[in-house]
Design a protein around this ligand. Structure first.
Ligand code: NAP
Length: 476
């Protein structure tokens, strides 16, 4: 169902689409297919709600966000099951995502109270200079399916806390999880029109948002290709943009690393969400003297990973989102092998009756990966770990930075000086030093180069929803 001006509704055309469970191929639910018309109604509702929402105090807005967080906290089990059915990640991972999604609501509910301004020393004794921050206005938020609720609250929580109203367009792969976030806000009593949800035709809804002068900012998480298109379209109405785009994370293991920790980190970072995260390791660089030992230990640990329907107990690797994702993953393996890589684990689709209706790919390790392979420069978005060897620190920094992307990176070493040197030399927005899971609500998340513009999370995340106003008083 669409949610516009506080009312749940079908689309005017009565068109709908099916949400498919990627593990079973079965229909999870059928939902309304919104179009440009519904997007426009949602924009109008958000515009009408803005004067009221902006006038509330930060404490009043805090109450709505906190209540929504509490409602979600009470629904973790059912919501996790829904996420798993809708997009495939194992239930334990879905619960982790819900925890992060709630953290954003909790954190920004509080942070809204700390939107401070400045006073600036004047150049004249009769003048006083003041800087205040005000909400940007109506926001268009477009989100992907791979974190179907955390990517939503990471945008909605700072936007609402700052005093903005929102039109949300989630991915058509995961509208059900989006509805649950909006339901929680609705039940928390958020005024009509402050949050609106329109899912359906991505291009039509996207164009309505991009063309509208009412939408003052677009916040997008998704692929770099779509992000670029949205940035181009934003120029016509000079919208602010926040772009959380693709990544190609290097995971660097030096010979002085704690190898067990590095292997554990590589598995967490590479195989979470079956390799379908923007911060997933894409290239594992291992210093030559330890590469065989690392590969052996990685393979041994991977033998414990269980592929299957994420609803089943003990499953670590769920399905990929759709058949295109399988094809891309398979093509990366075939290309790498044709150029000299050796498959030491996995390497193909998961066979067997239990997997025949879903989109499953075996967790895979490739040895002897090289820079000319597609996997070295394209985002795989699947469970394939290619191992590249390196000799020196300088060499690996150059190789790690040799990509159009710059989102997350990881280094494993026990040498303190190297931790500083390498983390400062990497052209990435995020560096995990002996830390494969750095994302938290209170820290900035985002990339450089073609991984995006802006930051989400922490005190930085709310700045993108605020304008800066300078007020000069002269009382001469
Ligand atoms: P995607 O194809 O770019 O889609 C993202 C969102 O954009 C979806 O809601 C999609 O709608 C919508 N969309 C597609 N075409 C559009 C258009 N012409 N106008 C307006 N909206 C449009 O990306 P995805 O496959 O869902 O997600 C995977 C990508 O997201 C990866 O590249 C990943 O690295 C990136 N990602 C980045 C971050 C980050 O924080 N940097 C986090 C997660 C994911 P439909 O799905 O309905 O088509």
């Amino acid at each position: 169902m669409l949610y516009i001006d506080g009312i749940w509704k079908e689309s005017e055309s009565k068109e709908s689409f099916d949400v498919i469970n990627p593990a079973t191929g079965k229909v999870v639910d059928t939902v309304a297919k919104g179009s440009r018309k519904e997007a426009q109604s949602a924009i109008d509702a958000a515009q009408n709600a803005f004067p009221l929402w902006v006038k509330l105090t930060a404490k009043e807005r805090y109450i709505y966000l906190k209540k929504a967080a509490d409602i979600l906290r009470g629904r973790v089990d059912s919501l996790a099951e829904l996420i798993t059915k809708e997009m495939g990640k194992p239930v334990a991972e879905a619960k982790g995502e819900i925890g992060l999604a709630i953290d954003y609501l909790d954190w920004y509910a509080e942070e809204g109270k700390r939107i401070y301004g400045d006073t600036i020393p004047a150049s004249s004794p009769t003048k006083r200079l003041m800087v205040i921050h005000q909400p940007v206005g109506v926001i268009g938020a477009i989100t992907p399916w791979n974190f179907p609720i955390a990517m939503i609250t990471r945008k909605l929580a700072p936007a609402l806390a700052a005093g903005c109203t929102v039109v949300l367009k989630p991915s058509e792969e995961s509208p059900l999880s989006a509805m649950e976030v909006v339901k929680a806000l609705h039940e928390a009593g958020i005024p009509n029109g402050v949050v609106n949800l329109v899912h359906g035709d991505a291009k039509e809804i996207g164009d309505a948002l991009m063309e509208s002068p009412v939408i003052k900012k677009i916040t997008f998480t998704g692929s770099t290709a779509v992000g670029k298109e949205l940035v181009r379209k934003s120029a016509n109405t000079m919208k602010k943009v926040s772009m959380e785009l693709g990544g190609h994370a290097p995971f660097i293991v030096f010979e002085d690393a704690d190898l067990d920790k590095a292997v554990e980190g590589a598995i967490a970072s590479k195989f979470r969400n079956a390799g379908q995260t923007c911060v997933c390791t894409n290239r594992i660089f291992v210093q030559k003297s330890i590469s065989e030992e690392f590969a052996h230990r990685l393979k041994t640990q991977m033998e414990q990973l269980v592929v299957g329907n994420g609803l089943e107990e003990g499953v670590n690797i769920g399905p990929l989102i759709n058949e295109c994702a399988i094809e891309k993953t398979e093509s990366h393996v075939i290309d790498a092998v044709s150029k000299g890589a050796k498959v030491i684990y996995g390497g193909s689709k998961t066979e067997g009756e239990a997997f025949s209706k879903g989109h499953f790919f075996n967790p895979t390790v490739l040895l002897h990966a090289t820079n000319d392979m597609k996997i070295a420069y394209e985002e795989t978005f699947g469970p394939v770990a290619p191992i590249f060897e390196f000799e020196t620190e300088e060499e690996v920094i150059e190789k790690a930075n040799d990509t159009i992307y710059g989102l997350a990176s990881y280094i494993f070493t026990q040498n303190g000086a190297r931790m500083f040197r390498v983390s400062e030399a990497l052209d990435y927005g995020i560096v995990g030093v002996n830390d494969a899971m750095p994302t938290v609500a209170q820290a900035p998340f985002g990339g450089v180069k073609e991984s995006g513009i802006g930051r989400e999370g922490g005190k930085y995340g709310i700045e993108d929803y605020l304008e800066t106003k300078f007020i000069s008083f002269d009382f001469k």
